[in-house]
Design a protein around this ligand. Structure first.
Ligand SMILES: Nc1nc2c(c(=O)[nH]1)N[C@H]1C(S)=C(S)[C@@H](COP(=O)(O)OP(=O)(O)OC[C@H]3O[C@@H](n4cnc5c(=O)[nH]c(N)nc54)[C@H](O)[C@@H]3O)O[C@H]1N2
Ligand SMILES: Nc1nc2c(c(=O)[nH]1)N[C@H]1C(S)=C(S)[C@@H](COP(=O)(O)OP(=O)(O)OC[C@H]3O[C@@H](n4cnc5c(=O)[nH]c(N)nc54)[C@H](O)[C@@H]3O)O[C@H]1N2
Ligand code: SF4
Ligand SMILES: [Mo]
Length: 902
């Protein structure tokens, strides 16, 4: 196979293009080989330092998400009737520019705002930020990274003076202890999890998991600390006290490179005076806390890594600072195998931070001091510099609701789903004077709020630029597919609008490479080592060199083109006195207090095989097979307390909104807490847009919302019947039904529950499919109805329904539906839900990479003799690619052994 670093060209159809995965912040290198028909073969890039050839289930399935069926391919404008007309780019861009001009003239520049995303490329982000903050003159640029990384940014800046991640992924290979705080690494950063596990298996590294829930990550570790939600800073304040008492403070490092230790220690003592009070406040067992402290104290090569359990918190910035303090006090920073490590969420959350995508940053890691404003103004030759920090995401949407912001341009994010208090967000968006969305897809919940103008943007595989991963590594994301329809790159769209606003001279970029070169030059402009973010070595980068850019970790200052592996081992912080600043933490009030009306805390987060609002992973049948339905994970004790049953439904409600989700009993859940995935939206489910039931309370420093602990109630919801429907097109269920849509091979699948009668359902079937090719089976006494529609002998639709609690299984019918060649000879067997080839039903998918089902794995475990997960890998291939199902396979093994023993 030929591998090309650059772009596909004539005669290169068989060449693999090096690019990076568009999902998580691990930033894995991908080799994409276009198939010449709009698709591509996807493989991990063995040469990329982030993944060395590995990909997780989501990355491996990227080829299944390249179809154009759901894409927006032409500029669209809303007409008077509320529908959309296809318009030319000129008309759409003029409308954007004229609309912005009119609002700026009438209300001033601060009435306009951009809401951006960590899924934009650095080049897109740079021009958006430059246009708004330097030329339109409004500071109101914020990004979905506010919901994701901003507490880490605020924590880094408070303590280090700059938003710097000191370490790198190799530290995870050579640490002796890895502490994962509020991170479900096994599911959310699977390739790093594999690296951590490899270290554990081969070098004996120890792993500690700190998370109120016992997650898949916690199944492969040495110590689990299921602390009370929000109590992390107590635990880490206690660690600081312990380290001091154990004589482990690195006095030399502390004296040379830090300030503020004494007051910080005093404050830590007030927060966490002794083990008993730490145990009380964290809800942890005192012995476990002592074991954790001893382990951390006794292991110099320790990495403390965190993500949303720390960031998405009303005390997020303090939590980050509390972790950083422990590393600084022991000098365990910037050394191989040692340091604090923020795991970034999105593929380019870091790049967005670098260009100034956050409302409180200006550009190139500069803030809003008069000197910095003036420096950026001179560099940009900017006529209308923003003068002070802008509104952060939640406040920005409040300003939209209050009509202080009249025009909003949303790019590459789906705020009607992902912002807290999401119903309010949808209504606010709908009320804008000018609402512009740059999107890949034709339909999502933000588009349902009816933008005036929809701009079709290039998607992964088409767009071309750079991204920065969690370890500061800048990699090229390269296009390997032609731009479909009239789709354009985001940077192009922004520059065209800038030109129409009269700023053409500053936005005359012909390609991403010219933008990157300017961004690099700004990073070095009057820097001289005063700012961490310096990629001056790339300032003069030619297009040729840019196209061949190899992954490199910043800083990459002039004279250091090889980049920088680690920072701060010898101090050199970016505060005025070059010292890290330890500071006091607020005594954490466990902010989200439960009440009688709302006795539970609603925690929200991710599942293994879906990405955010599912606009891409929702297209992949393979990825929809793992957790296909919007569930609420409940501890069995809470289920008993509130009358909930596994597989039943529950209404979760609070002051903000309500959702209805399927109940899944989870012994790993913390009693008193619920966990719901964030992925379902109004597009993919009837009642599962969780953002509607999430509070908008924010961390006071970072403005990051507390998305992990909304006081809520839960109550069972009963439906008369439950079933599934498979169809080539969309099937309309009777009003009031609960449903969740899933990608299935060959069409659309919906799982549903309803109070509609069998007659209502039969009428809906007749409406949708007619009667010509319909076979039906009905047993009114049992409340069972099943039908299949065949055309030319092939199954084209099916609906099975039964009484609630006895939902028909769909795995075998799905197989017949998926296979366009299969002609069910025995249609009655099909209606009976039996496999037509007589083979065993595979059951729900466990290994998404190889499509291995639960039943097959269970059968292999119970087949006799001692069977290990490795045997399962050899027999069935399950777990041998990305490995993110390994914890689940081990669990199936354990329960199979219990069953056999019983
Ligand atoms: N499969 C998948 N992977 C993804 C994504 C995806 O959508 N799907 N998205 C990417 C993005 S953008 C992000 S930001 C990352 C997020 O990656 P993670 O942060 O790992 O994911 P989450 O599930 O949001 O939350 C992590 C954990 O925080 C825990 N938690 C809640 N409250 C607390 C607390 O008070 N203290 C502690 N210590 N823990 C707490 C939750 O129980 C949860 O298990 O994932 C990235 N990777
Ligand atoms: N309750 C709760 N809410 C959360 C979270 C949580 O844990 N709990 N997590 C938060 C976090 S960490 C994150 S990162 C957010 C994620 O939330 P969002 O950013 O809202 O989710 P996505 O589904 O990734 O939305 C991206 C949108 O941009 C489009 N898109 C993708 N690529 C491009 C592109 O290159 N150009 C353009 N123009 N469009 C593109 C996609 O089609 C999609 O519609 O959710 C946040 N919200
Ligand atoms: S770990 Fe998975 S989702 Fe994340 S970058 Fe790598 S392949 Fe993509
Ligand atoms: Mo995120």
């Amino acid at each position: 196979m030929r591998v090309d670093d650059t772009l596909p060209g004539p005669g290169m159809a068989d060449a693999a293009i090096r690019t990076t995965c568009p999902y998580c912040g691990v930033g894995c290198g991908v080799l994409a080989t276009p198939d010449g028909k709009g698709g591509a073969l996807i493989a991990g890039d063995p040469a990329h330092p982030a993944n060395r050839g590995r990909l997780c289930s989501k990355g491996s399935a990227l080829g299944e998400t390249l179809g154009l069926g759901s894409r927006v391919l032409h500029p669209l404008m809303r007409n008077e009737a509320g529908g959309y007309d296809r318009v030319s780019w000129d008309i759409a861009l003029d409308a954007v520019a004229d609309g912005l001009k009119a609002i700026i003239a009438r209300e001033g520049p601060e009435a306009v705002a951009f809401y951006l995303s960590g899924q934009l490329l650095t080049e897109d982000y740079y021009v958006a930020n430059k246009l708004m903050k330097g030329f339109i003159g409004s500071p109101h640029v914020d990004t979905n990274s506010r919901l994701c990384m901003s507490s880490t940014v605020a924590g880094h800046k408070r303590v280090f003076g700059s938003d710097t991640v000191p370490g790198n992924y190799e530290d995870l290979d050579c640490a002796d202890l890895i502490v994962l705080v509020g991170s479900n690494t096994a599911w959310c950063h699977p390739v790093l999890f594999r690296r951590i596990q490899q270290n554990r298996n081969e070098r004996g590294a120890r792993v500690v998991v700190i998370d109120p829930r016992v997650t898949a990550t916690a199944e492969d570790c040495d110590l689990v600390l299921p602390l009370k939600p929000g109590s992390d800073s107590v635990l880490f304040a206690g660690l600081l006290v312990h380290l001091t008492e154990a004589g482990l403070i690195d006095q030399t490092y502390l004296e040379r490179h830090t300030s503020g230790f004494d007051a910080t220690l005093e404050n830590a003592r007030a927060i966490a005076p002794d083990l008993a009070s730490i145990a009380l406040r964290t809800g942890l067992n005192a012995n476990d806390i002592a074991a954790f402290y001893a382990l951390w104290a006794g292991t110099p090569a320790v990495v403390t890594a965190w993500s949303q359990g720390v960031n998405q918190s009303a005390q997020g910035t303090d939590k980050v600072a509390a972790i950083l303090h422990c590393h600084l006090a022991t000098g365990r920073i910037g050394r191989p195998g040692g340091g604090p490590f923020s795991l970034t969420g999105q593929p380019n959350a870091m790049g967005g931070r670098e260009v100034g995508g956050l409302a409180n940053m200006l550009a190139a890691h500069m803030g809003y001091t008069p000197v910095e404003i003036d420096r950026v103004r001179r560099f940009w030759n900017a006529p209308n510099m923003a003068r002070s920090e802008g509104l952060k995401a939640v406040q920005m949407l409040d300003a939209v609701a209050e009509k202080r912001i009249r025009a909003l341009w949303v790019m590459a994010t789906n705020p009607a789903v992902s912002l807290p208090d999401a119903d309010k967000v949808s209504a606010a968006l709908n009320g804008l004077d000018l609402f512009i969305v740059s999107e890949n897809v034709l339909s999502n919940d933000t588009l349902a709020a009816k933008p005036h103008i929809i701009l079709p943007a290039a998607a992964w595989g088409e767009k071309d630029g750079t991204v920065t991963n969690s370890e500061r590594r800048i990699s090229r994301q390269r296009g390997f597919l032609p731009l479909p329809g009239e789709v354009k790159p985001d940077w192009w769209i922004i520059c065209e609008v800038a030109r129409r606003l009269g700023f053409g001279a500053a936005f005359g970029f012909r390609n991403g490479s010219e933008i990157y070169a300017e961004h690099a030059a700004l990073s070095a402009f009057e820097n001289e080592g005063s700012r961490d973010f310096d990629i001056g070595a790339h300032a003069g980068l030619s297009k040729h060199a840019y196209d061949r850019l190899k992954p490199v970790q910043w800083p990459v200052p002039i004279g250091q083109p090889q980049g920088t592996e680690r920072l701060f081992a010898d101090g050199g912080f970016f505060t005025p006195d070059r010292r890290a600043k330890l500071s006091t933490l607020a005594i954490p009030e466990l902010a989200a207090a439960r009440s009688d009306a709302f006795p539970l805390l609603l925690n929200t987060g991710r599942v293994r095989d879906h990405w955010h609002t599912m606009t891409r992973t929702g297209l992949s049948p393979r990825l929809s097979a793992h957790i296909g339905e919007p569930c609420i994970f409940v501890h069995p004790a809470d289920a008993a307390r509130f009358g909930l049953a596994e597989g039943g439904f529950a209404r979760i409600a609070n002051a903000h909104g309500a959702v209805i989700l399927k109940v899944s009993l989870d012994p790993g859940a913390q009693p008193g807490s619920l966990f719901a995935p964030i992925h379902w939206s109004g597009e993919t489910a009837s009642h599962a847009r969780i953002g509607a039931a999430v509070q908008p309370a924010c961390d006071p420093y970072s403005g990051q919302p507390e998305l992990k602990a909304t006081p809520s109630s839960i109550a069972p919801v009963a439906y008369a019947s439950q079933g599934f429907v498979l169809s080539r097109g969309t099937f309309a269920l009777p009003a009031g039904s609960w449903w969740a849509k899933l990608a299935v091979e060959g069409g659309e699948g919906r799982l549903f529950a309803t109070d509609a009668t069998l007659d209502d359902l039969m009428a809906a079937v007749r409406d949708a499919f007619g009667t010509a090719d319909l076979i039906e089976m009905i047993d009114r006494d049992s409340g069972v109805y099943r039908c299949a529609v065949t055309q030319g002998g092939r199954l084209t639709a099916a609906l099975f329904v039964g009484p609630a609690g006895r939902a028909p299984l769909w795995d075998t019918v799905k197989l017949a539906f998926a296979d366009p060649q299969s002609v069910p000879e025995n249609r009655l067997a099909l209606l009976a839900g039996r496999r037509l080839d007589g083979a065993a039903d595979p059951g729900p998918t466990v290994c998404a990479c190889f499509g291995v089902g639960l039943n097959a794995i269970r059968a292999a475990f119970t087949g006799g003799g001692t069977v290990t997960p490795e045997d399962i890998g050899r027999q069935l291939k399950a777990g041998t690619n990305c490995g993110s199902c390994l914890p689940e396979i081990r669990r199936i093994g354990a329960s199979a052994r219990e069953t056999v023993a019983a």
